[in-house]
Ligand binder design. Structure first.
Ligand SMILES: [Zn+2]
Length: 240
C-alpha cells in the first residue's frame, strides 16, 4: 500500500496544488479529494490515468472544486464509464448527488455514487461532522491492508477526536496524515502543537499548509518535505 500526494496546499495557497492524494491499496487506486487546482494537475501530470475511484472528505471548493471536470473527463474523454465516487454514508451520498446535479443536471453518465461498505473493509470512513465547520459533513479515511494502514484526516479542527477513534481500531502499523494549521487560534483546522502528543504513539505527517511558511517551532514533519509520500512530478518540482 502506498500514498502519493498530488498536492498539500491549503484553500488559499494558490501557488500550490490543493491537498489531494492517490492511495494504492489491494490493487485499487483511490483519489482522495479533487479541489479546484487538482484536475489541471491530474491531467497535466498524467496521474489522471492512475485513478480507479474517488473518495471525498467534504464539499468545500478546495476539496471538490474540480470534481465535476474529473467526472466528465474520466467518463467521456477517457471512456472509462461513470467515475466511481465512494461516499461515507447515505446522508453524505445525497449531498454529493446534489452537488453533481447542480453542476451536471443529470450526473448518471458521469459518476457512479456508491456507499462505502460499513465496518472494517479496505477503506473505511470516520465521521467528523461539525469538527471542521458547524453542520458540515466531513470525514477522515482509513486504508487498511494486512500489515499496514494509512489514515487521512480530512479537514478537522479537533485532532483528539480522530485519535480517540483510531485507538479503538487497532490498526496494523498505521501512518497518519493530518491537516495542520500554523495558527494557534484556528478552530476549523488543527494547530500543530495539538498534534504533538500523538506523535509519541503514531508517525504523523502534516499537510494542508504552505511549507515555505512552516515555523521552526513546528514539531510535525510535513508531507511536503517527505519525498516518499509525493507524486513523482511533485518531487521533481521541489528539487527543480
Ligand atoms: Zn474545508
Amino acid at each position: 500500500m502506498e500514498i502519493r500526494f498530488l498536492g498539500f496546499g491549503g484553500a488559499f495557497d494558490t501557488h500550490l496544488v490543493n491537498s489531494s492524494a492517490i492511495v494504492s491499496h489491494s490493487g485499487v487506486r483511490t483519489l482522495i479529494d479533487c479541489g479546484h487546482s487538482v484536475f489541471p494537475f491530474l491531467k497535466n501530470s498524467g496521474a489522471i490515468h492512475q485513478i480507479d475511484q474517488v473518495v471525498i472528505t467534504h464539499l468545500h471548493d478546495d476539496h471538490v472544486g474540480s470534481l465535476s471536470a474529473l467526472a466528465i473527463y474520466f467518463s467521456k474523454v477517457l471512456g472509462k464509464g461513470p467515475l466511481p465516487v465512494l461516499c461515507a454514508n447515505p446522508e453524505f451520498l445525497e449531498k454529493v448527488r446534489l452537488f453533481f446535479t447542480l453542476s451536471l443536471v443529470n450526473p448518471k453518465p458521469y459518476c457512479n455514487l456508491l456507499l462505502l461498505p460499513e465496518g472494517r473493509g479496505d477503506i473505511s470512513a470516520i465521521d467528523t461532522k461539525s469538527l471542521h465547520m458547524e453542520g458540515l459533513h466531513t470525514f477522515a479515511f482509513v486504508f487498511r491492508e494486512q500489515s499496514s494502514s494509512i489514515v487521512y484526516s480530512g479537514d478537522l479542527g479537533q485532532c483528539d477526536y480522530l485519535f480517540a477513534e483510531l485507538n479503538h481500531l487497532n490498526l496494523p502499523d498505521p501512518v497518519i496524515f493530518h491537516e495542520i494549521s500554523y495558527q494557534p487560534d484556528s478552530r476549523g483546522h488543527t494547530y500543530f502543537m495539538d498534534l504533538e502528543k500523538w506523535t509519541r504513539i503514531y508517525p504523523v505527517y502534516g499537510y494542508h499548509c504552505d511549507p515555505d511558511l512552516n515555523p521552526d517551532s513546528n514539531p510535525i514533519p510535513l508531507v511536503a518535505h517527505s519525498p516518499e509520500f509525493l507524486w513523482s512530478s511533485v518531487k521533481s518540482d521541489l528539487v527543480g
